[in-house]
Design a binder for this molecule. Structure first.
Ligand SMILES: Cc1cc2nc3c(=O)[nH]c(=O)nc-3n(C[C@H](O)[C@H](O)[C@H](O)COP(=O)(O)O)c2cc1C
Ligand code: SF4
Length: 527
């Protein structure tokens, strides 16, 4: 025993000595040269800092992108556990400028029944019919106002994509493929929005050029309900998609038609159009050839493009069926820090500017507006609906629902939860069957909470919450209503009168008011 202990001690001492010698000889790290061996502690703490902070140091509302409270809400909702919070808010409501307050109504008009129980499933379809305004052959009413945002197979593992697609089928929502092509993992029952990025993965020929015939074959082979042309993404506008070499596995290389183990960098611009006019021609071509509604996804920076787009739509009869606005606070698999932190406007400011341009030209009622950028949290989503969103897309919140712990290593292929890695050893822990149920639970809970808030505001659907129902606090003593903050005219942010009537009918068919029992005989005799 003693001999064994001595041998182990000798091996450990030699290892420490070897590390010390290497640290003293190397020239890359001054810290290690100056503090051999112990200096490694600093690198270890840096590496596990995010995990340490979130469990040990940070308060409930300190962390970004998602605070502990926000993650806790998503995790509990995904597991159908108690997602309530006790004792009252720990947000600094009184002193935080920019804090949104939703104004409930004491006596709203007739509202649908909703229930607080975690298991209650609310039917909350989109208040507009996607593609109807432009008469697309395959126009449809999306069944869910909450849908899964584009995240490619590549940035996410196959098992994560499968979990999300199966979750979309369970929750009855749409699953956007992201720009990395339609993979076998997307074919698990969920309806799809096919995203077309600058590299045209999945619909390109052997030279990397867009191939319409391949697109039509793809559309015929899968439940694709709409096409989304990706112009830019909030976290990295003007940069093409980036998949680091470590994540380009043989399977991804085959799905995308690219070499294995080499950085996969998509071009920063499309080759099929070069300006707004030719973009609209391409939109019409895709819609005519496939019959599908066609939209664009973009972050918001300079407004010249939006000015041209809305002017051309108002004057030439061509147009997009939907517009997805991605906020600068949105997520990415990998991007340079300057782009994630500083390029493109945050969601609310960017969306409101774009919506105003559509509204000023009378186009807002004919376009479905989709928002993304931390809108998978009920408070953010409600403000988005009030500003004119018809649907919200959720990306990182859906990742949290299937197990992401916000370790923020998505770009390194070392994701500890198997969500954003191609490493087989790491992905094997992610069970798509179990996690699909979690994704669906989370989406259903968010939908239900949105309906509950609509009910509190006295309307039948989140899309009917108007800008007057939200105020933004300026601090302890003042607040400004959302329409004034963003310079909205009366009626902006709402669907057309016909769409409002249709959605009210859908939401209230056969439902008793607010879930109450009938009035007592005394109340009846008073009325
Ligand atoms: C891992 C990851 C991969 C993504 N891949 C794409 C993509 O392929 N195409 C795209 O348009 N957006 C992509 N996004 C952006 C999301 O679709 C979404 O717009 C953004 O993260 C904002 O939503 P969130 O705040 O709910 O995450 C990606 C985001 C993440 C986190
Ligand atoms: S757990 Fe995985 S998916 Fe989530 S942030 Fe970390 S690396 Fe990215």
């Amino acid at each position: 025993m003693k001999w064994g202990f001595r041998a182990a001690a000798a091996v450990a001492s030699s290892a420490v000595a070897a590390v010390a010698v290497r640290d003293l000889m190397q020239r890359n790290h001054a810290l290690l040269r100056n503090f051999p061996v112990v200096g490694h502690g600093r690198y270890l703490i840096e590496a596990i800092g995010p995990e340490l902070r979130q469990y040990v140091v940070a308060g409930n509302n300190e962390e970004r992108p998602f605070t502990r409270d926000q993650r806790r809400w998503v995790y509990a909702s995904a597991k159908k556990e108690n997602n309530y919070f006790g004792f009252g808010t720990d947000n600094d409501v009184e002193y935080t400028a920019g804090y949104p307050i939703i104004k409930h109504r004491t006596f709203g008009r007739a509202v649908p029944r909703s229930a607080p129980a975690a298991g209650y499933e609310a039917y909350v379809p989109c208040a507009k019919v996607l593609g109807a305004a432009r008469g697309r052959a395959k126009a449809f009413r999306p069944e869910s106002v909450v849908n899964i945002s584009g995240m490619s197979f590549g940035s996410l593992s196959g098992r994560a994509v499968e979990a999300l697609n199966r979750g979309a089928a369970l929750a009855g929502c749409l699953h956007n493929t992201g720009e990395g092509a339609l993979s076998p993992y997307h074919r698990n029952g969920g309806d799809l929005v096919l995203q077309i990025g600058t590299a045209y993965f999945g619909c390109r020929d052997e030279h990397g050029r867009f191939d319409l015939r391949r697109l039509k074959d793809l559309v015929a082979s899968a439940p694709i309900r709409a096409l989304e042309i990706k112009l830019s993404q909030g976290a990295k506008p003007s940069l093409g998609g980036l998949l680091p070499a470590a994540k380009v596995s043989a399977e991804i290389a085959a799905t995308r038609g690219i070499p294995q183990g080499v950085d996969c960098v998509s071009p920063s611009r499309h080759a099929e159009f070069c300006d707004t006019d030719s973009l609209l021609d391409w939109v019409e071509l895709l819609a005519t050839e496939t019959g599908l509604p066609v939209g664009i996804k973009s972050a918001v920076g300079d407004l010249e493009f939006w000015d041209e787009l809305t002017t051309l739509m108002a004057t030439t009869g061509r147009g997009v069926d939907f517009v997805t606005i991605d906020g600068g606070e949105g997520g990415t698999g990998a991007a340079p820090l300057i782009f994630t932190d500083t390029v493109s406007l945050p969601f609310q400011v960017g969306f409101a500017r774009v919506y105003r341009m559509f509204a000023e030209r009378g186009l807002h009622e004919n376009v479905v507006f989709v928002g993304a950028g931390k809108l998978g949290l009920p408070d953010n989503a409600i403000v988005a609906f009030a500003l004119g969103c018809d649907m919200v897309n959720v990306a990182r919140e859906a990742m949290l629902a299937i197990g992401c712990i916000q370790a923020q290593k998505c770009h390194t292929d070392t994701c500890p939860t198997g969500v954003a890695t191609q490493n087989r050893w790491l992905t094997r822990g992610l069970d798509p069957a179990l996690k699909s149920v979690r994704a669906a639970n989370y989406i259903k809970t968010l939908r239900r909470d949105l309906l509950k808030v609509a009910e509190a505001c006295g309307v039948e659907h989140p899309g009917l919450i108007d800008t007057a129902s939200v105020e933004i606090l300026d601090g302890r003593t003042a607040a400004t209503s959302l329409d004034r903050v963003y310079d909205y005219k009366p009626g902006w942010g709402l669907p057309s009168a016909a769409d409002r009537a249709a959605i009210i009918e859908l939401m209230t068919a056969g439902e008793p008011q607010g879930g109450s029992a009938p009035p007592s005989p005394t109340a009846m005799s008073r009325s």
